[in-house]
Design a protein around this ligand. Structure first.
Ligand code: FES
Ligand code: FES
Length: 165
């Protein structure tokens, strides 16, 4: 076992992990943070996306030890003071989910996309950039609508990252 120390949603965390423990296992199994889902375990579905140092990462693809010293944000850290993040709100308002299994990863990936996309974000660009996130229910139409709507809100309100820095 090796000790890993990281910051998760603004709180310092230290725990003991195996060398082969994945970041998603650290979150779900060691810390009980089950908002981050596992859909495939093979880097295909995007259900497990979190932010590591403000960049979206498939947490089933990263070792917990690789996140040592990093700032990790998960779906649990998005709402501030009981107020949903604009992307969460937009998914709710645009009916961008059905079973909700893919939703945490979709939202985390969408926030990074909105923050980092260079140029004009179009529905086509959203579809292309979100191709690493799969949904078995919605047909994607409302997900794209929700991301487009929240991109406008985030830019208008200056919302950048999920939790208070
Ligand atoms: S569980 Fe990580 S990409 Fe599917
Ligand atoms: S809402 Fe069910 S998998 Fe996306």
């Amino acid at each position: 076992m090796t000790s890993v120390s990281l910051n998760i949603n603004g709180a310092p965390v230290t725990c003991e992990v195996q060398d082969n423990t994945l970041l998603v296992q650290l979150l779900r199994d060691n810390l009980g943070m089950t908002g981050t889902h596992v859909g495939c375990d093979t880097t295909q579905c995007g259900c497990c996306v979190v932010h590591v140092d403000n960049t979206s990462v498939k947490s089933c693809t990263m070792l917990a030890l690789q996140a040592n010293g990093c700032d990790v944000k998960t779906i649990e850290g998005l709402a501030l003071g009981g107020e949903l993040h604009p992307v969460q709100k937009s998914f709710q308002e645009n009916h961008a989910l059905q079973c909700g299994f893919c939703t945490p990863g979709m939202i985390m990936a969408a926030i990074d996309l909105i923050n980092s996309y260079q140029g004009e974000l179009t529905p086509q660009a959203v579809r292309e950039e979100m191709e690493g996130n799969l949904c078995r229910c919605t047909g994607y139409h409302n997900i794209v609508k929700a991301i487009m709507a929240s991109a406008e809100t985030m830019r208008a309100t200056g919302t950048v990252h999920a939790v208070a820095e």
